[in-house]
Design a protein around this ligand. Sequence first.
Ligand code: NAP
Ligand code: F7E
Length: 323
Amino acid sequence: MSKRAFITGITGQDGAYLARFLLDKGYEVFGLLARRSSSTSWRLEYLNVLSHIKLIDGDLTDLAAIIRALRIAKPTEIYNLGAQSFVGSSWDQPILTGQATGIGVTNVLEAIRLTDSSARFYQASTSEMFGLIQETTQSEKTPFYPRSPYGVAKLYGHWMTVNYRESFNMHASSGILFNHESPLRGIEFVTRKVTDGVARIKLGRQKSLMLGNIDAQRDWGFAGDYVEAMWLMLQQDQPDDYVIATGVTTTVRDMCRIAFERVGLDYENYVKIDPRYYRPAEVEVLLGNPAKAKSRLAWSAKTSLKELIEMMVDADLARVSAQ
Ligand code: NAP
Ligand code: F7E
């Protein structure tokens, strides 16, 4: 029997890459579509996925819609990637973030329990749960200390995943993924904001780039590498939690340097600081230890930050030139 996957957040960055990955493995792929007023399928078109998947209308805050979607899709694997995922917005929309990013996880877990509890479940947890870091390098054993409504909502979803695994013997795994980016990254996130800005400046469409805290440090990897880790977690005999990271951390400032150098410019001449982009509480530094994923899943990040940022600058140059 063919394997069937159901992905929430399929129109997002990771959803598109995961759908492509699973289609290439021969899966039948279904996705939950939170229908909005405008088209949200540009990423699925970019990866030539849209015509090969089945989209089912529904919102993560609507338990009945998720049950209905699971009855239609009958999946063997469920990937919960849907969320209000922008940390900055989570202070402006803390309740919506709690409902979609937090309670949404329980809705999916409950829907699985009520339909077919033998289906395997993946939860998109995050390094933002470490927030105010309690150890220099963060592993599965590092205590959590979230610093935003987003981080708090994700931590709730993380513990619900652990709880359903322990209470109902469900095959529920949680990937604690550190930042991962790609040409399909939303424009509000700092890497894509920078690579888009670099392309516009190089092509004479923009003069400068306004950023917030450029001394923040992140462990950045490529989304295309990270979706394989999600899939590997669901292929294990036992469900578990895994940190997925590169093990290298870099400042926003150095990421800017790499991006501007790609087009022969010096970031110091273009990047300006605008306190509007400072956050009420900042996560200053994140650095993951992916040793468990390496030993148990045989997974490691393949793409360096330089390769990633150059790929993103090149894609934005092509996009902006075509506009
Ligand atoms: P993304 O591009 O922001 O995608 C989020 C997806 O969730 C979109 O498809 C969005 O639909 C959907 N969504 C939002 N609210 C929803 C709701 N109420 N009901 C149903 N769907 C809803 O995020 P991403 O970067 O692909 O990340 C995927 C997941 O991993 C997210 O849960 C994120 O929090 C988590 N994560 C991301 C990273 C990272 O660095 N990328 C790291 C750790 C964890 P629309 O397109 O219609 O808005
Ligand atoms: O910020 C700083 C900002 O918004 C990174 C999400 O996918 O990864 C992502 O969350 C850093 C922060 O990502 C600007 O203050 C400076 O320190 O790209 P970001 P994030 O907040 O790390 C985690 C793992 C997730 O789970 C989330 O879903 O960059 N920064 N200046 C800026 N950030 C933005 N967005 N814009 C600026 O102008």
